[in-house]
Design a protein around this ligand. Structure first.
Ligand code: THU
Length: 220
């Protein structure tokens, strides 16, 4: 998707420190400062076909931070928060937040993004337009470890990419925010290229209702 010359692409690739950097150079992601977004008013960013208003980006990051306050991470001490902008079948919009919930049987841990996903889907909101993720070590961890973890963005893990892909509004924006103030925006299809989804099974899952909604309509 890179619009520049081959030389430009190659020099961008060599200059990039990670894949997120490559996306930003190729114009399929944007990196900004949260303070800049907070100060701007009415600016709309177009990212891979999605229009994101500065206010919405800031609000989702703030909500993800609010979600993180309930993180239950006594083992990793890594607190993650997520906030998903969703809509339901009648077009109502709602934001669901989530935190990571660890377990003494470590493998039973669930990530913040999936907590938010399951909250949304279990309430009938399963069209995901955008989501924000924040994360970092808690205050019990040494300052150096906390600072080190903020060098890279907290990206959704592979399982969370797969689970949110099931409900993406196609495309779905993914906003990652560092506690140091940087915000990175892209879309899920760049984080999970060629993702396996409902369409691969020939299923129009968006309207799935088990027949209950239809029965309720018939009953009046
Ligand atoms: N975690 C999340 O909640 N989301 C992610 O995208 C990455 C990892 C959690 C799981 C675990 O509780 C802790 O962070 C350390 O892996």
């Amino acid at each position: 998707e890179h619009k520049d010359s081959l030389e430009q692409i190659l020099s961008d690739l060599f200059a990039a420190k990670d894949l997120l950097d490559v996306f930003a150079n190729a114009g399929v992601a944007r990196e900004l400062r949260l303070a800049t977004l907070r100060a701007s008013s009415g600016t709309t960013f177009v990212i891979n076909g999605i229009m994101l208003e500065d206010e919405l980006i800031v609000h989702l990051v703030d909500e993800a931070r609010r979600g993180r306050e309930y993180a239950y991470a006594p083992y990793s001490h890594f607190n993650v928060g997520a906030a998903i902008l969703t809509s339901n079948r009648v077009g109502e919009r709602r934001i669901f937040t989530g935190c990571n919930i660890e377990n003494a049987a470590y493998g039973s841990t669930v990530c913040a993004e999936r907590t938010a996903t399951f909250k949304a889907v279990s309430e009938g909101f399963r069209k995901f337009h955008a989501y924000a993720v924040v994360g970092g070590f808690d205050m019990s961890m040494p300052k150096a470890a906390r600072a080190n973890a903020q060098k890279a963005y907290i990206t959704p893990c592979g399982s969370c990419r797969q689970v949110t892909n099931e409900f993406e509004a196609n495309p779905c924006a993914v906003i990652m925010a560092k506690d140091t103030g940087e915000v990175y925006m892209t879309t899920l299809n760049y984080l999970l290229p060629s993702g396996f989804g409902p369409r691969a099974l020939g299923v129009d899952a968006a309207d799935y209702d088990g027949g209950y909604a239809k029965r309720m309509i018939q009953k009046g």
